[in-house]
Design a binder for this molecule. Structure first.
Ligand SMILES: [Zn+2]
Length: 684
């Protein structure tokens, strides 16, 4: 079961390595602290009842073009960038000579190895050699599977996925899970759809794979054949994969079975051997996310020649390592994943990529230093107070629901009360002492850090679920809900302006972090979260009638967002997928409602004095609108429309407020205006 997050980062660039390049392309000024409430962002020429997103963000959008090294630029990214500078300060001290703590030494050496372009350049493609030699030596299918186990244990995604996750029916226990996987492009659709853009993407992908094989030392004619093979193999995996929207229904990925059962169902995967060689502890039962994938690919393992599978494994190795290799690899990797796929014009300067790589690979160590520097105990306490205020509002909201029976309400209260609030950073820091970090071996460092993380996840198998373990690092500007843990989590990175500021009025803070908290809380009760109970088990606690009422309301939201256009350009018009984005849209609508209720509980009915010409109610909605100010390249918008369960900023704002009677009252909107939906959708 995936976690439900607030915002998705670039799917392509969040690979195991940072992208690398030798020349600094730009040294932008250190960003200033970001304002929570930005009067200069507002487009006063627009009627807020006609287009509230444009009203809140119009001038921001005009004045904040996407920087050359980004494919998307919004308030989240501004804060992210601000954090990256803080992390650089930490790492600059840590990598310099002097007295350091063991943690400083570890992250400092890692960062230094990434910044050492001369050594990386000198090594060229040699870090690929051990992996390539292992693959070349494969002579049989069992040996192929051994290599798959080896690659996965070192963080190279290939063929399928193997990990640990809480048992969907007894979340107290974590079990082994295997599932579909092995694709290089961001979604199965890229391999299967026949529209012009998909055809073009496959062509570009094939050219890219060819180029990478050539850089790895293959002859152009051989590389061309191999690129075709890679696309064919991955297309086979894509055909066997379940689509993203179907996977949102937990029952579609819930197939617990005996390990011998799946091994017998798909004998060509040699799973009994695989499980032994994976490095995971011995286990007898596991969850199989998509059994059909294994059945179908089982056939392909028999019919597709062994040499083709070896080509595919070579490609997965090159693709994973490319961003950590010499400049020619880095540039080619960026040309496809950045420039072509997302419309990012320039690669990020090296230091930024190295900061982000340190966060990805040793994030809980770097996070410990970040928290020391930025986040005090008072930050934790004031956030907890806000969380409690929003939880109270949710209780109140449930009490007032007319469509839900008392029996289901009691269960909902129990689930709400059981939600665990995790704020800022984990209670216990991760111990990286066994990860060997060398100043002259960047690829090796990434490989060892990846292997450490994979092993850490494997070691959870058949053990009590570790509810204290965080899925995001402390500097991350994001938040998440985990249905199997029934917890909401707010990393320190997001607990600052523009989401929260001690200098701002309650209205602004509730419109910012208040809505974020309400959003995560609502995930426990969206179309997916509602299927899990207070303990995080997949268990139906709804009466049939209430479930029907819920689905009716959810369908309203799904239809509403399906009518919105995600991107329109010379390649055509793409609509949002209302079913893929249903959980997030439900959470946005619910979060907005709950935070508003909580704010009203504080300010009561006494009319407050306007600030900057806006009432507290208006400031609340404006603060919410401004969280989502953003510019996105058309290329990135297309990728996100296919892969991202979140709607783009425009619809997170204008889609939610048109369902809100409180919004319409605050701004004096009239029936018939675009921000007043005729049949407003309301789940919570
Ligand atoms: Zn979310």
């Amino acid at each position: 079961m995936r976690i439900r997050i607030l915002f998705v980062v670039s799917l392509l660039l969040a690979a195991a390595f940072c992208l690398a390049q030798t020349a600094e392309t730009s040294t932008p000024e250190r960003p200033k602290q970001i304002p929570s409430f930005d009067l200069t962002a507002i487009d006063k020429t627009t009627d807020p009842c006609v287009d509230f997103y444009q009203y809140s963000c119009g001038n921001w959008i005009k004045n904040n073009p996407i920087p050359a090294d980004k494919s998307r630029w919004g308030r989240f990214n501004e804060l992210d960038e601000y954090n990256v500078y803080i992390l650089r300060d930490i790492l600059t001290v840590a990598q310099a000579p002097g007295q350091h703590t063991p943690i400083q030494e570890k992250v400092g050496d890692f960062y230094a190895s990434c910044m050492d372009e001369a050594t990386i350049e000198r090594k060229g493609a040699t870090p690929l050699e051990p992996g390539m030699a292992r693959i070349a030596a494969i002579k049989s299918r069992p040996q192929l599977i051994s290599q798959v186990a080896h690659m996965q244990a070192n963080g190279i995604q290939t063929l399928f996925s193997f990990r640990s996750s809480p048992d969907l029916h007894d979340s107290r226990l974590t079990i082994a899970t295997i599932d579909q996987g092995g694709l290089s492009l961001p979604d199965r659709d890229y391999y299967l759809k026949d529209d012009a853009k998909s055809v073009e993407t496959r062509q570009k992908f094939q050219e890219h794979v060819k180029k990478m094989f050539e850089l790895a030392g293959d002859r152009p004619d051989v590389a061309a054949v191999q690129a075709k093979t890679v696309l064919a193999v991955e297309t086979g995996l894509a055909k066997a994969a379940m689509d993203r929207t179907a996977r949102r229904d937990p029952k579609n990925i819930d197939h617990k079975m005996h390990a011998t059962e799946i091994a017998a169902l798909a004998p060509n995967f040699e799973l009994t051997q695989y499980f032994t060689e994976s490095g995971a502890p011995k286990f007898t039962t596991l969850n199989v996310g998509n059994p059909d994938f294994f059945k179908q690919v089982n056939g392909q393992l028999a019919t597709v020649p062994l040499d083709d599978w070896k080509t595919y494994l070579r490609w997965r190795t090159i693709d994973t390592y490319a961003p950590g290799l010499s400049k020619d690899f880095v540039d080619a990797d960026f040309a496809f994943k950045g420039l072509y796929m997302t419309g990012q014009r320039e690669i990020e300067p090296r230091w930024k990529r190295c900061v982000k790589s340190t966060d990805r690979n040793l994030g809980m160590a770097l996070g410990e230093l970040y928290v020391d520097k930025t986040f005090g105990l008072e930050g934790k306490e004031r956030t907890l107070k806000l969380v409690q205020a929003i939880e109270n509002a949710m209780h109140q909201d449930l009490e007032q629901l007319s469509w839900m029976s008392d029996a289901t309400k009691q269960q909902a209260y129990a689930k709400l009360t059981a939600i665990v609030n995790n704020i800022g950073y984990p209670d216990q820091w991760r111990d990286y002492s066994t990860v060997v970090v060398k100043r002259d071996d960047y690829v090796g460092n990434v490989e060892r850090a990846s292997a450490f993380e994979v092993k850490r996840q494997y070691n959870k198998i058949d053990k009590p679920t570790d509810r204290k373990d965080w899925s995001m690092t402390p500097p991350t500007v994001n938040a998440y809900y985990r249905p199997t843990m029934n917890d909401i989590n707010f990393p320190a990175g997001i607990l600052q302006a523009p989401f929260y500021s001690m200098n701002m009025d309650d209205a602004v803070n509730y419109g910012g972090i208040g809505v974020v908290i309400g959003h995560e809380l609502t995930h426990g009760f969206d179309d997916q979260g509602r299927k899990f109970d207070a303990e995080g088990n997949l268990k139906d606690w709804w009466t049939a009638e209430d479930a029907k009422e819920f689905e009716k309301r959810a369908s309203c939201t799904a239809d509403e967002y399906s009518s919105f256009v995600a991107v329109k350009d010379d390649k055509g018009e793409v609509h949002l997928n209302g079913r893929l984005t249903l959980g997030e849209n439900t959470a946005d609508n619910g979060g907005l409602k709950l935070a508003y209720m909580a704010l009203m509980n504080i300010i009561g009915s006494t009319p407050a004095k306007p600030i900057d010409g806006y009432t507290p109610e208006q400031r609340f909605f404006l603060a919410y609108g401004q969280i989502w100010c953003q510019n996105v390249t058309p290329q990135q918008s297309r990728v996100l429309a296919i892969t991202d369960p979140h709607s783009p900023g425009r619809w997170r704002v204008s889609g939610a407020v048109q369902n809100s009677a409180a919004f319409q009252k605050a701004w004096g909107c009239k029936e018939g205006q675009p921000m007043v939906r005729e049949n407003a959708c309301r789940v919570w």
